[in-house]
Design a protein around this ligand. Structure first.
Ligand code: SF4
Length: 693
């Protein structure tokens, strides 16, 4: 089907930001909320103001190339010729893996798919990964272990809206995705919303019970609650016996983590741990939902496994009206990791080292499976290797701003500076684009059609609503232009999203994330399609696991995990715990939201939340400029007194650039399974900024 842009015609589409993918309508650039199950007709401030992105005066409309240290305008042909020539030269000297590709969790399914194909086929490089690795790969790893499949929420969000108990761990949807909170109303009214978060966030304010463990001790807390559940005979023995394996091995560990012992490590009262066990066990319908707060740790996969173990002991996953889920953050965090821009995956959530998967995908791509590279480096390891003897010498970045969003970001910037070639495709001059040798101005959300997969695993059609400004091209056109210059047949890299999607359907056919039955027509007609959708007459799978889990024997797995605490404990030199997160007005690296006056006027600069006693001990008044220092760097932020903060913990939002980057401080210690960095906890000290009044 053909989707045409007709300015001023009301086009049904979705928000450009987070994974809630709220329904909205666009008339030109005017945004109006639209009734859709995830948002129920609501939008947050980011969604309401997203039309401003389409008219931002900082929009890039001309390719830029670096000459004598300055980025200067050039033509598309010259820019693409230059990039292709340099790629060929670098690969001739350093081999196929001399070129890296870095994608993003905001890219549409079509772009994610074509980017992975471009890396493996046109470049022949294994060095491809994406910023979704920073987002929820730990939950994905734990979900795969427990259930044999990773779909963030294996049920529609509206199901959660009927529950009388919800345990939210490391999630702050009241700020990050406010329309989500309508689905918490039933649990709030029943006195069953429990929030686990070191901070008393706006979400925690609405909870019946707020548990504030020391950052990095979530796993111990999960063990304590599970201990209480079993010790008090509240766990679901029949479910454990009939639908799971491995409980005994988990209990051998959990038996040693009685609530009083857990209280000493986490600071959460034993009585509160027991109360949570009782609330969840007595609920008619209950959900356990995790997010970045528990995932972004060097033990992130194990943390999530511990919460899934609790959910399994309660008999929640695969029971109608109950379950375990993970709240995906980025707009296409779910779809972005299913179709091949991840270092170890091929489309359809296939593993790149599985011979049958390689055979299938290579056939769809029309290439010899033997030519497909194997797994590459994970996101941070890839960034860390740039410009080293064994690492890539060039990188192409699509939809990511790693200079702000990657951990230990000054080191990442240093690695970028050593590259022979850095190419960034973006629609504004992000901090990463500003460092590039070549900048390619591309279309943004409402200027192009494509599909997104929201936090429920539901596939959505985000329709083109307006024409792009003259001079910009879509990412698909960029990949096509480069592929042709690298000797590929142009038709192998289509520029039309629907054509790419048709190929994606075939590549995903038979995989875990099977999109083969999804068409643009079905999406356009408003069908609610949750993967897998195995044929055009298949209605999709809104609820997974009702009959069986995705392991060969149909049973879920308990996974034994031990508490080990943060990779970097506090000490005399760095005596405070830093945790990081988002604020209502900004999204991810802020490259988009910092350009919207209505948002940046409200939160224009970095701040650090500190308990007043802690601040006073450091000689800091409310509103002072402070320096926060870790072993990796220092950042500047304005002090905010927050009486509800733990005295041992401070908080920085991570949306700000330059000297206010929270990620100058964060620890790149990686989870051994998911390779996710430990964004959520590191040791710091706090001082008054030199020269500040
Ligand atoms: S940012 Fe998220 S919660 Fe806010 S309007 Fe967009 S999709 Fe909805």
């Amino acid at each position: 089907m053909t989707l045409t842009a007709e300015p001023q015609v009301k086009v049904a589409t979705h928000c450009p930001y987070c994974a809630l993918q709220c329904g909205m309508s666009l008339s030109g650039t005017a945004v109006a909320p639209r009734e859709f199950p995830t948002n129920g007709g609501g939008l947050c401030q980011k969604g309401w103001t997203s039309g401003s992105l389409l008219t931002t005066p900082t929009r890039l409309t001309t390719p830029l190339v670096r000459v004598d240290g300055e980025l200067v305008p050039t033509t598309w042909d010259d820019a693409l010729d230059l990039v292709a020539r340099r790629i060929a030269e670098i690969q001739a000297e350093h081999g196929r893996d001399g070129i890296a590709v870095f994608g993003g969790g905001g890219l549409t399914n079509e772009k994610s798919y074509l980017l992975g194909k471009f890396a493996r086929v046109a470049l022949g490089t294994s060095q491809v990964d994406y910023n979704g690795r920073f987002c929820m790969s730990s939950a994905a790893a734990a979900g795969n272990k427990a259930f044999g499949i990773d779909r963030g929420m294996p049920f529609p969000l509206t199901d959660v809206g009927k529950a009388d108990a919800v345990l939210l761990i490391g999630a702050n949807p009241a700020e990050t995705m406010p329309p989500f909170m309508q689905h918490m109303r039933s649990a709030i009214d029943a006195g069953g919303l429990v929030v686990v978060d070191p901070r008393r966030t706006p979400t925690a304010e609405q909870a019946s019970l707020h548990l504030a463990p020391a950052p990095g001790t979530d796993l111990a807390l999960a063990l304590g609650i599970l201990h209480a559940l079993v010790a008090e005979g509240l766990f679901d023995r029949d479910y454990v016996d009939s639908r799971t394996r491995g409980f005994e091995a988990v209990w051998q560990i959990v038996a040693r983590w009685w609530p009083e012992r857990v209280e000493r490590i986490t600071g959460v009262a034993a009585a509160d741990q027991r109360r949570v066990a009782t609330v969840l066990a007595n609920a008619r319908n209950a959900y356990i939902l995790t997010a970045r707060g528990t995932e972004q740790h060097a033990s992130g996969s194990d943390n999530v496994s511990a919460w899934i173990n609790l959910a399994l002991a309660l008999g929640l996953p695969g029971r109608a009206g109950s379950g375990y889920g993970c709240l995906t953050g980025q707009g296409n965090g779910q779809g972005g990791r299913e179709h091949g821009q991840k270092a170890d995956q091929l489309p359809g959530y296939r593993k790149i080292d599985d011979p049958a998967a390689r055979e299938h995908v290579a056939r769809v791509w029309g290439v010899d499976p033997g030519t497909l590279p194997g797994p590459g480096r994970s996101a941070y390891e890839l960034l860390d290797a740039l410009g080293t003897d064994s690492g890539p010498k060039a990188m192409l970045v699509f939809g990511s701003n790693v200079v702000v969003s990657a951990p230990r970001s000054s080191h990442v910037a240093e690695r970028l500076r050593t590259l022979d070639l850095l190419v960034v495709a973006d629609f504004v001059l992000s901090e990463t684009a500003a460092m590039a040798d070549v900048v390619l101005p591309v279309t943004q959300w409402a200027e192009e059609s494509g599909t997104m997969t929201n936090l429920e695993g539901r596939i959505l059609l985000r329709q083109k609503a307006i024409d792009p400004p003259a001079g910009v091209r879509s990412d698909l056109e960029v990949l096509n232009g480069l592929a042709e210059r690298l000797g590929q047949p142009g038709e192998r890299f289509p520029v039309r999203a629907e054509t790419v999607f048709a190929e994606l359907r075939e590549a995903s056919r038979g995989g875990l994330a099977d999109y083969s039955g999804i068409t643009y027509e079905r999406l356009h007609d408003g069908e609610a399609l949750y993967w897998p959708v195995t044929g055009t007459d298949h209605a999709g799978t809104p609820r997974l696991f009702l009959d069986s889990f995705a392991h060969p024997d149909g049973r879920a797995r308990f996974v034994p995990v031990e508490h080990r605490g943060p990779a970097e404990p506090i000490d005399d030199e760095f005596p405070l715990i830093l945790t990081t997160g988002r604020v209502l007005q900004h999204y991810q690296s802020g490259a988009q939201t910092r350009r919207i006056a209505e948002l940046s006027d409200v939160v224009p600069e970095a701040y650090v939340e500190v308990h007043p006693d802690t601040a006073a001990r450091h000689g800091l008044a409310d509103g002072d400029w402070a320096e926060v220092v870790s072993r990796r760097g220092e950042t500047t932020a304005r002090v905010r007194y927050i009486a509800s903060m733990r005295p041992d913990t401070i908080f920085l939002p991570f949306h700000f650039p330059g000297a206010q980057r929270a990620n100058l401080l964060t620890n790149p210690a990686l989870d051994p399974t998911s390779r996710m960095p430990e964004f959520k906890v590191c040791a710091v000290r706090l001082t008054k900024k030199d020269g500040a009044e």
